[in-house]
Design a protein around this ligand. Structure first.
Ligand code: AMP
Ligand code: MG
Length: 314
């Protein structure tokens, strides 16, 4: 098991051909066996070693977006062990865009199955220290390449049931996919823990800090007023805000983590900021709901899941 950087978040990788190595990943993360892993390959022509019946659209997407933060769900090749895909007949594949990930894949000369290198359902790791904080001695090697560039996970697109389906918004914005897939939308169906999951990764609770999270949605002035009011009501709370909000809220004695000026910066900082507020011991995190454009859709998705659906409209 090797934890390694990608352009999205740190992954916890093992030889994708080796079922017992893959088993170690599930154990180290405390990840349920029904949550499948993403298989990473060094170059996109290796797709056919892990997937079969690859449609033309997959090659078109690969040429346009790989290496990059797009994961494709395809029909699995027989050689992929069942635990990688949680028994599904499909496999998630991507070519990461990071020199260390590429070097690792080339040195290993096998596809690498890797989920994010965090404790199951915790915020994803964007720094090597997050991996150590979560997994400690459970992981053999951590390759440290500093902070990851994108900061949220890959976009997951399924190409197995006729119509392409966006399963998870991520580092490649939906708007970019529209160039090749006109009309593609995102209509998530979130599941509670009590549901029997028909599709992996659909759990509403995910990416969660220890503190409860509350999302506030509305125009700038109303959101700032509501953040102020919620903070006043909950003395041990903190806030995740954009820089412009932080300036407007500076009169309050807040535990604030700034997300920067735009969605790109916010994506890079989001998970580290959640972890930082947890480290400050707050029991409630109040956050502005981002606008769902560009990387904002992935931010919205992560925040909504971290909040387990708790949104206030103002
Ligand atoms: P992680 O890398 O930790 O974000 O986890 C990988 C995610 O990829 C899973 O939680 C699923 O949402 C998704 N995934 C992996 N394999 C499949 C598959 N065969 N079908 C649908 N989604 C998948
Ligand atoms: Mg994960």
């Amino acid at each position: 098991m090797v934890a390694f950087p990608t352009e999205t978040v740190y992954g916890l990788g093992a030889n994708a051909w080796d079922a017992s190595a893959v088993e170690d990943i599930f154990r180290a993360k405390g990840r349920p066996a029904n949550d499948p892993l993403i298989v990473h390959v060094a170059e996109f022509d290796q797709l056919t070693t892990v997937a079969c019946d690859v449609p033309e659209l997959a090659w078109d997407l690969g040429r346009r977006f790989w290496p990059g933060a797009l994961t494709l769900v395809l029909k699995k090749s027989a050689r992929i062990p069942a635990n990688v895909t949680s028994g599904l007949e499909t496999v998630a594949v991507r070519v990461p865009d990071h020199p260390i990930a590429t070097a690792l894949l080339e040195a290993a000369a096998v596809p690498i199955a890797a989920p994010s290198a965090n404790r199951f359902s915790a915020p994803s790791p964007t720094r090597a220290q997050h991996v150590l904080d979560d997994l400690g001695d459970a992981v053999d090697i951590v390759l440290d390449a500093g902070e990851t560039a994108i900061g949220v996970e890959s976009t997951i697109l399924s190409l197995v049931d006729g119509m392409p389906r966006l399963l998870r918004p991520g580092g490649v914005p939906l708007e970019d996919l529209l160039e090749l897939i006109p009309g593609l939308g995102y209509s998530p169906h979130f599941l509670g823990e009590e549901d029997v999951a028909p599709a992996p990764g659909a759990l509403l609770k995910h990416y969660s800090p220890r503190a409860r999270l509350l999302l506030i949605r509305g125009d700038d002035a109303a959101v700032r007023a509501a953040i102020g009011a919620e903070i006043a009501r909950h003395p041990n709370s903190g806030a995740l805000v954009f820089d412009a909000d932080a300036a407007a809220l500076s009169h309050l004695d807040l535990k604030i983590e700034r997300l920067g000026n735009d969605n790109r910066q916010a994506a890079r900082r989001l998970f580290a900021a959640m972890r930082a507020l947890d480290a400050k011991g707050v029991d409630l995190i109040i956050a502005r709901a981002p606008r769902r454009r560009g990387l904002g859709l992935a931010l919205w998705d992560r925040l909504l899941r971290a909040a387990e659906g708790a949104v206030i409209d103002v």
